[in-house]
Design a protein around this ligand. Structure first.
Ligand code: SF4
Length: 334
């Protein structure tokens, strides 16, 4: 079931979403499936930023692609405003893609190497019917100025390889917002950048989100960056969202053992605690082709309840109106 987050009008609603991939032998014999996104529910309100946090391979990038309409869901639905998205409906997808910006992880790979910054920014406007060249110019100038790429004329004639990694990512952000989208999906936007520019890029993204009241889904494996960026955190594990809540609530009062482990794994800046660096519990993240029965975290969980956690998938339990957790420590399994 989809929750009512109680925070305002919903822009994006993800309901019982499933994205499975069929595994085949010899190209035709079905031997199983990868359950990359498995029963995901959430609401995103207008202008809100949420972070989806999890280890590599937990399904968060597939979730991003499914929200973007780049991946056909195998179950459930994605609602945008009052529309249910249908990836086979080309007209709807053309409209939807003008409402949603996408910021990829690898800025160099995301930018066509043979196009100048000007062409990269103009192309989506031309495709989406911005006919006036003076309007296109104004939008480009505004976007690049907001992203601190000035003098604008100097950057417009450059090719991606003539820019630094941070500048390339600013161009990706400029392209994502050039059509004034209602939603931006940002998949690990700073993980390939130097640490010195990560905070600056995140701050710019946050400013744009607030100034333009654009909703953002921020996908990351780095829990230490979400405090600066989002109103709510969703923690993902094994293709499922296992804890959801307001940022301060999750950072101060996490309930799920996996979230607690992720928080403990953030290095402590206090020099007194320099030797207290802790790790996420041993063991591998679950195989999405053969996930464990019951709670998917149970093989790694120090608190597992034998006979329950290894047999019954925990439902979502409500801690407070905004804080939900899928863990048998907070509910009755009988
Ligand atoms: Fe650990 Fe059980 Fe909670 Fe899963 S349901 S996180 S195994 S205590």
């Amino acid at each position: 079931m989809t929750e009512n987050n109680g925070l305002g009008p919903s822009l994006l609603r993800v309901q019982d979403l499933e994205t499975f991939f069929t595994l085949r032998k010899w190209g035709f014999l079905r031997v199983g499936e990868v359950r990359a996104v498995d029963g995901v529910n959430f609401d995103l309100r207008e202008g809100e930023a949420v972070s989806i946090v999890g280890e590599s391979g937990c399904g968060k990038s597939t979730l991003a692609k499914t929200i973007l309409g780049l991946q056909q869901p195998t179950g459930g639905s994605v609602h945008f405003g009052d529309q249910v998205l249908d990836t086979s409906d080309r007209r709807q997808m053309d409209w939807y893609r003008a409402q949603v910006g996408y910021i990829q992880q690898d800025p160099y790979g995301a930018l066509p190497p043979f196009m100048t910054v000007r062409r990269i920014l103009e192309e989506p406007m031309i495709i989406n019917g911005v006919k006036s060249s003076s309007e296109r110019w104004q939008r480009m100038e505004k976007a690049l100025t907001e992203l601190k790429m000035t003098p604008v004329e100097e950057f417009l004639h450059k090719f991606p390889h003539q820019l630094s990694g941070g500048q390339q990512q600013r161009v990706v952000i400029a392209r994502a917002k050039i059509l004034d989208p209602q939603l931006i999906v940002s998949d690990e936007p700073v993980s390939m950048l130097d640490p010195s520019v990560r905070v600056e890029i995140l701050e710019l993204l946050r400013l744009l989100q607030r100034d333009y009241h654009v909703a953002v889904v921020y996908i990351t494996h780095d829990l230490s960056t979400v405090r600066y960026f989002s109103e709510r955190i969703f923690v993902m594990y094994g293709g499922q969202l296992i804890e959801k809540g307001l940022v301060e609530e999750i950072l101060r009062n996490a309930k799920h053992p996996y979230t607690m482990a992720l928080l403990e794994a953030i290095s402590d800046p206090d020099p007194e605690n320099v030797n207290t660096f802790k790790k996420v519990p041993g063991g591998e993240p679950p195989s999405l082709a053969n996930p464990p029965a019951g709670c998917r975290f149970h093989p790694r969980c120090p608190y597992r309840i034998d006979g329950t956690c290894d047999q019954k998938p925990p439902p979502e339990f409500t801690m407070t109106e905004q804080h939900r957790v899928s863990c048998w420590l907070y509910g009755d399994a009988s």
